[in-house]
Ligand binder design. Structure first.
Ligand SMILES: Cc1cc2nc3c(=O)[nH]c(=O)nc-3n(C[C@H](O)[C@H](O)[C@H](O)COP(=O)(O)OP(=O)(O)OC[C@H]3O[C@@H](n4cnc5c(N)ncnc54)[C@H](O)[C@@H]3O)c2cc1C
Length: 480
């Protein structure tokens, strides 16, 4: 029997797994896919928000600002790519100026440090690519950009090294409370625990209803994006938002931590997990991005993608113990700024669980930190040293992103070894460049097969069933 079962291996589930691994607590995370960070946590704007958007007094506001302040140290400890770039919310007229002033007041109430309203010369010196129709902006120096999937993966890896467990391909289909413990039913069998935490993202309402009375419904909302080539990296230094509307924070233009430019998202109701892109959605994104930054070159797009918000129709997150089912906790309806807030949510929920009587003895095996090699970012001297240490760092596999065989083999040997092309991409950045894996894909497939000792035919692009190789064409022709 476990002390805690966490349902869902997004950034919220993984942050909680990491947080609980500080203590002598038996924790199991159940994830329906074959990797962590394979839901909304891999497909979002990747912004560490400053915290001026949420309503003062809401949990969302507290978690946002606290999460923002925790993220720098966490990223240093976990060796996650993160940069405090600052952000601008830009205004075109007096109506926008009023909403920027409101954001400024809200932000100060929420405790966001360093907010300023700027205009004129100062604004265009800070961000020369802005439209000259812009009259003012809210500057938030604590906003930043991060590799969101890495944030989840790193925390999960440390937690597992420290003794926590993860079951993949274990979709939760039912939850029963029997006396003092929960029985959680999955395709992989039954698991029992004293406490259950629902962190199932867009499915958090479905999972909640397995254990509790229905009290919220998720309306999934899709957001679509363009990713521009690194040739456009000079475009903006900061995250540029329009004024927020009923649809959310609006279409941003921002640098990514990997040196690309991200443009998006829109916001449209959609079925659960419907992550395609649409012509209408992308047209809306393009039109709105060009309004703020007229020189955005969408012809340099190397990828479109979309992510799904878990929108419970509320102005706040649903975090805490269920009233009807003691011992069952929700981290649900975690739309934006959930990525930013996740570490603060995890600390809070971990505190709630400890208050319910879990053992708060420190875990002597707790793994707080990890270190990974990113060859591309090493100095020439460090590169020479790395190749001397391990000649596989001298073999480039992904030429667009300069990813070496050594880094892929490192990832394949870590505690949560990737078993799909995209899982390697999320760990090493293979296939993230201009050719989108066209050249390195087969080589990565080969390496996964070799180190996992499986057939290439059993390796999906991402989720189970998305297989790339289905047979030998030449063999078939030759009748072999
Ligand atoms: C378009 C868009 C832009 C965003 N931009 C930002 C941003 O810039 N900054 C920011 O802070 N936030 C942003 N967010 C919000 C942020 O991405 C989310 O709040 C965060 O990723 C939610 O994490 P999660 O762990 O709750 O959910 P998820 O990452 O979706 O994880 C839930 C997990 O549960 C699993 N699961 C589902 N059902 C079951 C089941 N029955 N059994 C087992 N497992 C199950 C799923 O497979 C998934 O892995 C954005 C979101 C979107 C959609």
């Amino acid at each position: 029997m476990e002390d805690v079962i966490i349902i869902g291996g997004g950034v919220c589930g993984c942050s909680l797994l990491y947080e609980l691994s500080r203590y002598k607590i038996k924790t199991l995370l159940l994830e329906k896919e074959n990797d962590v960070a394979d839901g909304t946590s891999k497909a979002n704007s990747a912004i560490v928000h400053a915290g001026y958007d949420p309503a003062p007094g809401a949990k969302m506001a507290r978690y946002n600002v606290e999460g923002n302040s925790l993220i720098g140290q966490l990223c240093a400890d976990l060796d996650i790519m993160y940069k405090k770039t600052g952000s601008l919310v830009v205004g075109f007229d007096e109506v926008d100026r009023k909403s920027i002033e409101k954001l400024y007041v809200k932000g100060n109430k929420n405790g966001v440090p360093g907010l300023r309203i700027i205009e004129g010369e100062e604004l265009f010196t800070m961000e020369p690519a802005l439209s000259r129709d812009i009259i003012c902006a809210l500057y938030a120096p604590t906003a930043g950009v991060i590799a969101p999937w890495e944030f989840a993966i790193a925390q999960a890896e440390c937690a597992v090294k420290g003794g926590a467990k993860i079951e993949f391909n274990a979709e939760v289909a039912g939850i029963k409370k029997e006396n003092e413990y929960f029985v959680v039913n999955t395709k992989k069998g039954e698991f029992t625990a004293r406490f259950v935490v629902n962190a199932a993202g867009v499915n958090s309402d479905i999972v909640s209803e397995m254990a509790d009375e229905k009290f919220f419904t998720i309306q999934p909302k899709r957001g679509e994006y363009y990713i521009l080539d690194t040739t456009e990296a000079h475009l903006v230094n900061m995250i540029v938002f329009p004024c927020p509307s009923k649809l959310g924070k609006g279409v941003l233009v921002a640098p990514t931590i990997h040196g690309n430019i991200i443009v998006g998202p829109d916001s449209t109701d959609c079925p659960r997990e419907s992550t395609g892109s649409t012509a209408d959605g992308l047209e809306y994104v393009a039109k709105n991005a060009l309004r703020c930054v007229p020189s955005v070159n969408l012809r340099a797009s190397i990828r479109n993608f979309s992510g799904i918000r878990a929108d419970a129709g509320l102005e706040d997150f649903i975090v805490g113990e269920s009233k009807g089912t003691p011992g069952f906790f929700n981290i649900a309806g975690i739309k934006s700024p959930g990525l930013t807030a996740s570490a603060a949510i995890a600390k809070d929920v971990s505190g709630m669980l400890l208050d319910k009587g879990l053992d708060s003895t420190p875990n002597p095996d707790f793994v707080a930190k990890r270190k990974v090699t990113r060859f591309k970012y090493l100095s020439d001297e460090e590169k020479r040293e790395a190749i001397k240490r391990n000649p596989l760092y001298g073999a480039i596999v992904c030429r667009c992103e300069t990813v070496t065989e050594g880094e892929i083999v490192d990832a394949l040997n870590r505690v949560l070894p990737p078993r799909s092309l995209d899982a390697v991409k999320r760990r090493c950045a293979t296939g993230m460049g201009r050719c989108q894996g066209g050249f390195c894909g087969p080589r990565v497939l080969d390496l996964i097969a070799k180190y996992a000792n499986i057939s290439q035919m059993d390796i999906p692009q991402d989720r189970e069933g998305m297989y790339i190789i289905t047979g030998k064409t030449k063999g078939k022709r030759a009748g072999l």
